[in-house]
Write a protein that binds this ligand. Structure first.
Ligand code: PLP
Length: 396
């Protein structure tokens, strides 16, 4: 997910616009800013690129998730269904607004299993939050049907899958709300940053205010603005937004390079009978930031992962043992290690997660994901593909 690989003159030029007038903040200072509204422009560019009615940029992907939840009226004690395989930001963003993360199994898509999600619904459930991990998506059609039946909000965490699509719709724009991260290792980056997209005028208006202290953004005197409801500060700076404008313009190029390299590696690995690939739901198109595949057993997956390393193939991940991305290592969540007291609702709600998830374990135990980098040459990709096949064959 290598936006950082392509930092160049285009990003520098956008940032220079901001440096030239010195207005580093997105609101106010209209006379000084020489017509440059970088955060606003990034929102317009992003909404148009995703085919969404509204985009709200914020300071991180984690912030985007919290802002999305808050904008939809999710609060204390409400339950949000999220997958066992994701980034820690998923539960952090839920806890931050007082709601309760409810862990749920994944399936062969490596994302939320719709059947398990439906089974996890309780009277307190407000949101189903699939996370499109490693460039590919959950079965959004099935999840949308479940949300419609139970009157729930579908919030897509598309932080790792920007540029992919489902049923011809950009990932993030299929649900009621979608979130992106522009942190330094994502497909496109602002250094730090994130965004919420939605087609709901109400959610968009709420997000606009909530991410800026609840200010109503009416009139031209910031100091005179009133506050229809409580908010917070999740604003994105003009410097970060400027980088994002240049990066978004490179997104299609990034994805087409990733697709070419992904296909080369996939063709090579397809010759190995014992390997199968992560399932992409029908009508889904990945953003090709990773190639993820299953070995027949956990033991073989561990051996294959090790062999990839010894054969010099870097950037391959065995998520099952990963501290950041899989529930088994989230001891701080399971044991409720927080600096201050957690609310009673959260303390009680988190107890439901104190169980094992054998279906997730059976998929993740067999999964290896390898990053696709845009900086490789074609020769390097060919060599890499062959090394990967040799490494895997050496253990099976
Ligand atoms: C990166 C990421 C986030 C959080 O984004 P930050 O900008 O780093 O806060 C959330 N969810 C997923 C799946 C991510 O990969």
């Amino acid at each position: 997910m290598p936006g950082f690989e392509l930092f160049g003159i285009e990003e520098k030029k956008e940032v220079q616009d901001v440096l030239d007038n010195g207005v580093l903040m997105r609101y106010g200072f209209d006379g000084m800013r020489n017509g440059h509204y970088k955060a606003l422009q990034l929102e317009r560019d992003l909404a148009s690129k995703m085919g969404a009615k509204h985009a709200q940029v914020v300071s991180s992907g984690t912030a985007a998730l919290s802002v999305a939840l808050a904008s939809a009226g999710v609060g204390a004690g409400d339950e949000v269904i999220m997958p066992t395989f994701t980034f820690v930001a998923s539960f952090e963003s839920i806890l931050a607004i007082g709601a309760v993360p409810v862990l749920c199994d994944i399936d062969a898509t490596l994302t939320l299993d719709p059947k398990a999600a439906e089974a996890a619904i309780t009277p307190k459930t407000k949101v189903i939050m699939p996370v499109h991990m490693c460039g590919s998506m959950a079965d959004l059609k099935a999840l949308k049907n479940i949300c419609d039946t139970h009157n729930l909000i579908l919030l897509e965490d598309a932080c790792q899958a920007i540029g992919g699509s489902f049923d011809g719709i950009s990932l993030g724009n299929y649900g009621h709300l979608g979130c992106f991260s522009f942190d330094y290792v994502k497909t496109i980056t602002c250094g730090e940053g994130g965004a919420v997209i939605t087609n709901s005028d109400t959610y968009a208006a709420n997000a606009d205010k909530y991410q800026d202290h609840g200010h109503d953004h009416v009139g031209t005197d910031r100091g005179a603005e009133s506050h229809p409801f409580l908010g917070y500060n999740y604003r994105l700076s003009e410097m970060n937004a400027a980088v994002g404008i240049a990066q978004l313009k490179k997104m299609d190029t990034i994805i087409s390079i990733q697709q070419k390299y992904y296909n080369r590696i996939r063709t090579e690995l397809s010759n190995i009978n014992d390997i199968s690939f992560r399932v992409v739901p029908e009508t889904g198109i990945e953003n090709y930031s990773f190639i993820s595949f299953f070995l027949p057993t956990e033991d073989l997956a561990r051996k294959a992962h090790k062999a990839l390393g010894t054969h010099g193939v870097d950037a391959c991940f065995y998520w099952f043992d990963n501290n950041w991305h899989y529930y088994k290592k989230w001891e701080h969540l399971m044991n409720q290690h927080s600096l201050g007291k957690l609310s009673n609702e959260i303390q009680k709600g988190l107890q439901a997660n104190q169980r094992s998830f054998p279906a997730s374990d059976s998929w993740m135990g067999r999964t290896i994901s390898c990053l696709i980098k845009v900086g490789w040459t074609e020769d390097e990709v060919n060599e890499r593909a062959e090394k990967m096949a040799t490494a895997i064959r050496s253990v099976i």
